[in-house]
Design a binder for this molecule. Structure first.
Ligand code: SF4
Length: 226
């Protein structure tokens, strides 16, 4: 059985490897384009994507948002209704709440790149299924390669299971740093869960304080300011 952890998938799932090759010619001579150009090209490709049935039921693909050079990445599970309407991630009520949390821990929206596990809205906001995730994961994989984030925040159970793997629940894992391939991953609740259960606000706020602290420290080490 496939472990849907991002790094495990990349090594275990052969159709996934084929997807990588199909999408951007992996295994061909090194691309001379800058990472920024490659990201723009990947986005253009993603916006035309019909690799899974989710595209037929949504208005548009929501690729992600943030500047190239943003070394903090936030990953949710999939676009909601407002995101689907506007073509931008985290612009609905959950996104506004996330914005207030980021403001409280003094992370500027320009500092981060924000995206989802699947780029098309699942019907009625259900969780994406394994097949849909497998089809869409090469985009996220490539976004991670090109943006090279120091810290990735996995927001919610789907993002946590997909990027970290294992079967542990988000309730048990949240707030505990994980390390994968030299990157720091922080699992936390999805902002939409806070709208349903305000008792989750404090732990998430604490998680983002942790994230802000570690991100600043790692960035400082890289730039020689730490
Ligand atoms: S969810 Fe991902 S794989 Fe499926 S159609 Fe949209 S972009 Fe393509």
């Amino acid at each position: 059985m496939i472990n849907w952890g991002y790094w495990e998938v990349t090594t275990l799932e052969s159709s996934y490897q084929q997807s990588l090759a199909d999408l951007w010619g992996k295994g061909t001579p090194a691309d001379q384009a800058s990472p920024e150009e490659q990201l723009a090209r990947l986005e253009a490709r993603c916006l035309e994507c019909h690799r899974c049935p989710l595209r037929a039921g949504c208005r548009q693909v929501v690729f992600g948002e943030g500047g190239h050079g943003s070394r903090l990445m936030l990953v949710g599970e999939g676009p909601g209704a407002e995101e689907d309407r506007l073509g931008k991630p985290f612009v609905g009520a959950a996104g506004q709440l996330l914005g207030r949390i980021l403001e409280a821990v003094q992370i500027e929206r320009e500092e981060l790149y924000i995206t989802n596990i699947v780029k098309c809205r699942p019907p009625s906001n259900r969780n994406p299924n394994s097949a849909e995730i497998a089809e869409c994961l090469p985009y996220l994989h490539r976004q991670i390669e090109l943006l090279d984030p120091l810290v990735i925040v996995c927001m919610g159970a789907v993002a946590t299971r997909t990027l970290i793997g294992g079967s542990a629940s988000i309730t048990r894992l949240r707030g505990q740093w994980q390390e994968k391939e030299g990157r720091q991953l922080m699992p936390t609740f999805h902002p939409a869960a806070l709208l349903r259960d305000p008792r989750k606000k404090r732990p998430v706020w604490e998680d983002f304080q942790e994230v802000a602290g570690r991100f600043r420290r790692l960035l400082g080490q890289e730039t020689g300011d730490g």
